[in-house]
Design a protein around this ligand. Structure first.
Ligand code: SAM
Length: 462
């Protein structure tokens, strides 16, 4: 028998699609679902990733996701070098429906400015970045400082250049009036949708906390709403089943923010439940007894009032661009054909899609930036010292020296142990596993220095 809170079960009576018996049974079953989403910028488009997981693990598509796959078993991701290379992200399957919500409400072929407001650890942000056009900007924000670090790490691994990671309160970002075309609010919530996966969280659930979350969700949405342009889309999601955090928040947006509900289409065979809110909003409920995924709620609304964004007069303030000569020197590190703007930040140089430099200049007057574009490295008198961020980025040149490592060697590298490379040419070299960059080494006459970031190294023993 499951030990689900009685108050939760009774509060869900009447919620669209709620089937108490099936819901209890699936929680009691203890069945676990593992899913990953491949990084299209690192894993060949359309390639079926079965061979990556070996014969013991069967791979099956997540029906509502172009790059999501269920794995029949949970491998040890820590000991998979491709996980550290950002080739995939381990993500709960229901939440991958965000891709559909974006495709159906926004024109993703256009350059868009997108904000992921509650972004750590980065599941939604990595998904969003993969479906946006190259010249689109993704601002991934996390208010809690300690969680902004893991967000930054995951976005570095994902490798895209058009990402800015910020560590701000929603009210700070709300000052970017009419700036964003799309805002995703994956709100902090009471978390009942994850009870099957994390039964230890059941004891912490309470109706009082649902109420607190409801109020916090309203505050977050009210704070960020001014930053959405007219006709912009806000996508709201939770991993809670409670109506107070789902349909009631949707109705609050319709009433208080004059938002208009958007209807999404989904294939009936996916068993996603459409829920009409009292004010005619459309919400989408995911129940683990109906589909292969955890509990999730998602809704999209359109902003009907508001304005459109125009730049203030002082453009590109505070961005120190590199000289033509400096930029030319950097080009050997960069993949051909990338239209990047190079700029200096303290003693480092960074690159961002040229089209986004103006946005960055504007953003930095409102936000605390943790990461902007790709940190390429540090120029010094003797040489250019490439950064780990460059190694994992998708803008790095394919022509640089590289050492291919076996799986065991790659794990040693990721533990920041010394690796051997007798045949390698001296100087900076990438290290790779299955052709995927893991980081830098410097090959010296008598040893190889491992430049894997100390704070990222694998500490766990097999
Ligand atoms: N979107 C993330 C993903 O897909 O990996 C998960 C986000 S989690 C559901 C909600 C996030 O909201 C947490 O990272 C939490 O730190 C953050 N948060 C907590 N309180 C907040 C607040 N008052 N305003 C904005 N974000 C908040």
């Amino acid at each position: 028998m499951s030990n689900l809170p009685k108050e939760l079960l009774s509060s869900l009576e009447g919620a669209a699609g709620f089937d108490a018996a099936a819901f209890k049974a699936v929680h009691a079953s203890g069945r676990q679902v593992t899913s990953v989403r491949m990084n299209p910028a690192k894993w060949e488009e359309g390639g079926w990733p079965q061979e990556m997981w070996g014969e013991q693990v069967l791979v099956e598509s997540v029906p509502w996701s172009s790059r999501g796959y269920y794995l029949s078993e949970r491998p040890s991701f820590t000991f998979d070098p491709l996980f550290h290379a950002g080739v995939y992200y381990v993500q709960e399957a229901s939440s991958m429906y965000l891709e559909e919500a974006l495709r159906q409400t926004a024109d993703l072929s256009q350059p868009l400015r997108v904000l992921d407001l509650c972004a750590a650890p980065g599941g939604k942000s990595t998904l969003i970045r993969s479906v946006l056009s190259k010249d689109s900007l993704l601002v991934s924000n996390e208010v809690i400082r300690s969680r902004a670090g893991i967000l930054q790490e995951n976005m570095i691994k994902w490798g895209a250049a058009g990402v800015v990671v910020t560590n701000n309160d929603p009210a700070d970002l709300g000052k970017l009036k009419d700036f964003f075309d799309v805002i995703v609010v994956d709100a902090p919530c009471s978390g009942s949708g994850l009870f099957r996966r994390e039964p230890e969280a059941i004891g912490e659930w309470s109706l009082d906390n649902v109420q607190l979350c409801h109020q916090r969700q309203q505050r977050i949405l009210a704070d960020i709403w001014p930053a959405l342009r007219k006709d912009g889309i806000l996508i709201y999601s939770t991993c809670s089943y409670s109506k107070e955090e789902d349909e009631e928040i949707l109705d609050w947006m319709i009433d208080e923010l004059q938002a208009a509900g958007c209807r999404l289409q989904s294939d009936p065979s996916w068993h996603i439940v459409e829920s009409r809110s009292k004010k005619d909003g459309y919400g989408y409920r995911f129940y683990p007894d109906k589909l292969k995924g955890e509990g999730f709620f998602i809704a999209a609304v359109r902003k009907e009032d508001g304005g459109t964004f125009t730049y203030p007069k002082s453009k590109r303030q505070g961005i120190e661009k590199l000289s033509r000569k400096e930029s030319e020197d950097l080009k050997r590190w960069i993949r051909e054909g990338e239209a990047l703007g190079f700029f200096r930040h303290e003693d480092t140089v960074r690159a961002l899609p040229e089209a986004l430099v103006e946005d960055l200049s504007y953003l930095q007057s409102f936000c605390y930036l943790k990461k902007a574009g790709v940190l390429l490295g540090k120029p010094s008198i003797k040489e250019f010292i490439p950064d780990h961020e460059l190694a994992l980025s998708t803008v790095i040149s394919q022509q640089l020296p590289a050492i291919e490592l076996s799986r065991d060697e790659a794990i040693e590298y990721l533990r920041k142990e010394e690796i051997r490379a007798e045949q390698a040419a001296r100087g900076w070299s990438l290290v790779r596993h299955q052709g995927q960059n893991l980081g830098w080494v410097k090959v010296l006459p008598n040893r190889v220095n491992n430049y894997y970031p100390k704070e990222w190294r694998i500490l766990k023993r097999l």
